[in-house]
Ligand binder design. Structure first.
Ligand SMILES: Cc1ncc(COP(=O)(O)O)c(C=O)c1O
Length: 362
């Protein structure tokens, strides 16, 4: 049985209760959050907001004009292309309400909220199975050959972090446009490789909706800010399907401050690249397979003699390290666990713990 604390990463309170370990002693590698914490401008914006009582005694701006402007500036499109909400799932739900989507191709394994949201909207799902031995490669011609009216995919993907080159995605979206197929593209982790993003291409593709997150890259998942970018026509249709005031003024100010910090962006990319490549080579040296991730996490393929559930449990009970149990990833073969890239010291601690737990399996 899959326990509720295994459905998503980051379920620390629940795991602490289950394992009888204080939450403060667990080191969370299961959620892919920037280990540097938010830019200092975020905390400054939050503190300054609290000095102005009207921030909480008034309703937020119903248009979220300032936040949309900051996002538009950051991604290089117009504010009319931007829709904001308190997370990815409400945005996807709005898109499924607003657009004539009845059948959707869903490459799997993928973020579990995709299937859940599609099913709630009564969209018929055709799974498209990605193969680990091909590094979860998207065959864009194959993906276009079905009868669907939408394709919901991620770049980079979750759980492997593998990225698809921009040219291949442009080919997919162009082919989809000819066939009147919507492309719902989740770029929650694309800030790590902006060169492969299609956000700026929304002007060329009337059938493209790109979803992005402010939570992971800027280390603020508790504030809940996400956005979608699409043609002004689709953007206003999505807005019609969203309740008002989804984002508090506090969260909105904090997110705007985060998006303005350019040096944080370049530093994060650089640090993550260096840490990820080091962690990857150290994990592979232990005879654990990985995939070519472009994001801030790695998918581990344990040797076949290792029981992944026992391994995951021992990492928690013996080392207080929480990895992402991958039991609920559709079509992902047994034996996988996902780990976030954290700071150098924490990554070294992870490698040591993995090597010690591995040695306990015959
Ligand atoms: C691929 C992917 N997309 C979207 C999300 C949700 O992001 P947000 O926090 O912006 O709702 C997640 C969260 O883990 C994710 O992994």
């Amino acid at each position: 049985m899959i326990e509720s604390f295994q459905v998503h990463g980051g379920q620390i309170r629940h795991l602490a209760e289950h394992f009888g370990i204080p939450a403060s002693q667990l080191l969370d590698f299961s959620a892919n959050i920037n280990p540097e914490g938010p830019p200092s401008a975020v905390l400054a914006a939050l503190r300054a907001s609290l000095d102005d009582l009207s921030i909480i005694t008034s309703y937020p701006d119903i248009q979220e004009a300032e936040l949309k402007q900051s996002i538009a500036h950051y991604v290089g499109v117009s504010h009319q292309n931007i829709v904001v909400a308190n997370g990815f799932a409400p945005l996807l739900k709005a898109a499924l309400h607003a657009l004539p989507i009845r059948r959707c191709l869903l490459p799997v394994p993928a973020f579990v909220e995709y299937r859940k949201t599609l099913e709630c909207a009564q969209v018929h799902i055709t799974p498209y199975i990605l193969r680990p031995e091909c590094d979860f490669h998207y065959n864009t011609d194959e993906m276009l050959s079905g009868e669907q009216d939408a394709i919901l995919l991620a770049n980079p993907q979750n759980p492997a972090g593998v990225a698809c080159k921009r040219e291949a995605l442009v080919h997919l979206v162009a082919g989809a446009t000819e066939r009147n197929v919507y492309i719902l593209l989740d770029e929650a982790f694309v800030d790590y490789l902006p060169e492969d993003s299609l956000t700026r291409d929304i002007g060329s593709f009337p059938n493209l909706v790109v979803f992005r997150s402010v939570t992971k890259f800027y280390g603020i998942p508790g504030l809940r800010v996400a956005y979608a970018a699409a043609s002004p026509h689709i953007a206003s249709a999505l807005n019609e399907c969203l309740p008002p005031w989804l984002i508090t003024t506090l969260a909105s100010r904090a997110a705007s401050a985060a998006l303005e910090d350019e040096s944080y962006v370049s530093r994060t990319r650089l640090l993550n690249y260096r840490r990820r490549t080091q962690l990857q080579s150290e994990i592979e040296a232990l005879n654990i397979g990985t995939y070519p991730s472009a994001a801030n996490f790695l998918l581990f393929r344990l040797p076949s003699f290792v029981d992944p559930v026992a391994f995951w449990e021992r990492m928690i009970s013996e080392h207080h390290i929480v990895l992402r149990s991958c039991l609920n990833y559709e079509s992902l073969p047994k034996g996988h666990l996902r780990a976030a890239v954290r700071n150098d010291q924490e990554n070294a601690f992870l490698v040591k713990a993995v090597s010690q737990v591995l040695a306990k399996f015959p």
